[in-house]
Design a protein around this ligand. Sequence first.
Ligand code: GLA
Length: 397
Amino acid sequence: MTRPPATEVKDAARLAAASFTSVHGRPPQGVWSAPGRVNLVGEHTDYNGGCVLPFALPHRTAVAVAPRGDRLLTIATLGSDGRVQRAEPVELRHLRPGRPSGWAAYVAGVAWVLRDHGIELGADLVVATDVPAGAGLASSAALECATALALLGVAEQPSPDDAQRATIARWAQRAENDFVGVPTGVLDQMASLCCIADHVLFFDVSTDHREQVPFAAEAANLAVLVIDTRVRHRNSESGYADRRRATDNAARLLGLGSLGELTPADLADALVAVPRQLRPLVHHVVTENARVLDVVRLLRQHRYADIGPLLDASHDSLRDDYRVSSPELDLAVHLARSAGALGARMTGAGFGGSAIALVHTEALPRVASAIGRGFRSARLRAPRLFTAVPSQGAGLG
Ligand code: GLA
């Protein structure tokens, strides 16, 4: 198990700058970076008009950038093998969903959205990252948000304030929804842009209310252990879109704008008013929203250890009601709990990816080795384990 050193925060930026210089034969004008996230609680609530509670990881994606004299966008990325991969250069006016496709679409999609907002400048971009990809830790959002800040930076836009960051998060979400074609909510982009160090971000999607809640787990001798199962299931995208369609449908049948409008007091009536197969989904959204509010209340009272049972309940609801967990995530959660974690749950979209566990600092080695052993006995690939403290959101460098 590792704790990412503080210097790692700068590593992606340094690598992006060095790669830019070797690709283009001149240094970049600037480097912007954006973090991945874990969500402490509030899963599959964002697109249901509910509440979320993410914090930013120390892992970041950096984009080194310089403006060009023409209207061309060139995109390159430093692979984990140390080799630079270059996408086909594309003219800004030729950008459209599907062109380019693949990894470069996350970058080009942001340029496409900015073009709609009158920001249209040719640029050379080189990406480097230490956010684990495909791990449910928001690597896509980190790439979109770092790109957005880099393109706005070379367009000489002033550094965004908090309200502008929220707007940029929506733009980045639009790039993912309409250009890349993945129907995600805004949790990841909002976390990547608006989180601050040592805090979790309480965000109510329906009202746009955002609040930084202190989360000094270390001072309370607690740590958040991230368990990346390194398993990603093939049905992740269709499963996500299916859940989204089903909950939209439930809201429509109930005559609501979104399920987030329901409180626990409405739940019993709502459940009888929707078809049987939609009931567990409605149950999850309503109870998960309530859990976010309960966790926020406990954090405000510095009762960190008491959030454990709520994390457990969140996982059980995602596994049994929303059905987005996976055998590997369930195993990780079970092993963490049995070895003494105060609470554990999957984080992110699910169908594979990562779980988090709240662990007493002194119990970390025991919990980590129990998880390693359990995965070995199940003949699974060793999970990647690290502890994460709430880190700074996207910015320069
Ligand atoms: C993914 C999406 C988010 C959110 C989570 C589930 O991370 O990008 O918008 O829906 O899944 O909470």
